[in-house]
Design a protein around this ligand. Sequence first.
Ligand code: ADP
Length: 485
Amino acid sequence: MLQKAHFWKREANLIGGEWVGADSGKTIDVVNPATGETIGTVPNAGKAETERAIAAAEKAFESFRKTTAAERAKLLRDLHDAIMDNQDPLAELLTMEQGKPLAESRGEVGMSAAYVLWFAEEARRVYGDMVPSPWADRRIMVTKQPVGVIAAITPWNFPSSMLSRKIGPAIAAGCTAVVKPATATPYSGLAWGALCQEVGIPDGVVNIVTGSAREIGGAIMESPVVKKVTFTGSTDVGKVLLKQAADTVKKVSMELGGNAPFLVFDDADIDRAVAGGIAAKYRNSGQTCVCTNRFYVQAGIYDRFAEKFAAAAKELKVGSGLEEGTQQGPLIDEGAVEKVEELIADAVDKGGNIVAGGKRHELGGSFFEPTVIAGATPDMRFSKEEIFGPVSPLFKFETEEEGIRLANDTDFGLACYFYTQDLGRTFRVSEALEYGLVGVNEGVITTEVAPFGGMKESGLGREGSKYGIDDYLEIKYVCIGGLGM
Ligand code: ADP
């Protein structure tokens, strides 16, 4: 069932099994960030289309909720196979709209499939309980049921895999969904609709709308039919959605911003730390919520680390994601480049020392040089703000306590990393860091089998792992009395 990339590139919305345009006929251009060229359009849908998508999901839920776990598991296994059969064309589509190197896109599509398979397996393990009863003539049964219609809103940095963590558990649990992919990267989101159709997931189970975030988001948040909203994106938008969720008391899952620290202790394996640091920073051009934002290097190893790290950053091959060997693609748009330039200018003003990169790449467009800034200090903006670009600030610290304090000195708490060869320190530091994900001597740790999610203002809930289906389920207590015992 291998199809070409253009087969998966859908320029319409999926509502109740029909591919449709916006009521107004209006469209939004989709641009390839590597070339600046328009690669197609998608519907500019709004409130009315979203309300129809919600109605379609509500209708589909009536029958989908009655399917067995085994039936849903089979659909998800087929969906996994369809994704893997089409890993290359789906990766090509992803790179065309998002810019990341093809190898990373293949990895992301593979990760999407892995989440879907995981939730195919988890679908069959949604156990309830029989609770010992305090009454002789009653029995207490606890079951889990799908929450109903869910809405998923996703960002542009992982346009495929962020949806797999939401569509996978929704289908596994027996929910139906309304999906709004990011405007900059809608095709990888719409491809989920085509994939679901390919494997026979019933019409209306997955509906996908593109267009005005405010209108689509508004219709979702107002609707009493939508029982849960799952969002991955910025903390600012997450806070808006949390407030909007209050009126209908929706369940919420929030994967929001990060400000990941990366600590290198004096006793670290320095080459391993450099390699892990490069992966944790420059993957997806630094545009992930788990990318390192702040490097803290202990004084005894600081100069050596800075030298090796800057040398490794300079080696990274920048180019179009479609070219063989590219390690860093363009940033998503001009706005992202300007933000990075502002943060670098601020750091230089305050005494930062650029030891690699520092400016737009000679390729032009939104390409930017992999950048390293030594002598970073807490008054520089990136110590508090998410960079979301290929810039590594290197801060110096003296003691373990100081390193932990600096690492925790943020409102965010998604991912963190540290490098040490000391076993005691491994436990002390990982227990002290206020983060949902901790990488010890590893810079890339995401996997479908482990819980992904943040503390503090980085979010609510966990995705993936055995916990990732919980948010899609209601717990019901049934008391059965009058048993005459
Ligand atoms: P990012 O810049 O990382 O994509 P955003 O939070 O801006 O983060 O966007 C994440 C997703 O949220 C996108 O799909 C975007 O269109 C959507 N979004 C933005 N503003 C709103 C809003 N007010 N209501 C609902 N969704 C929104």
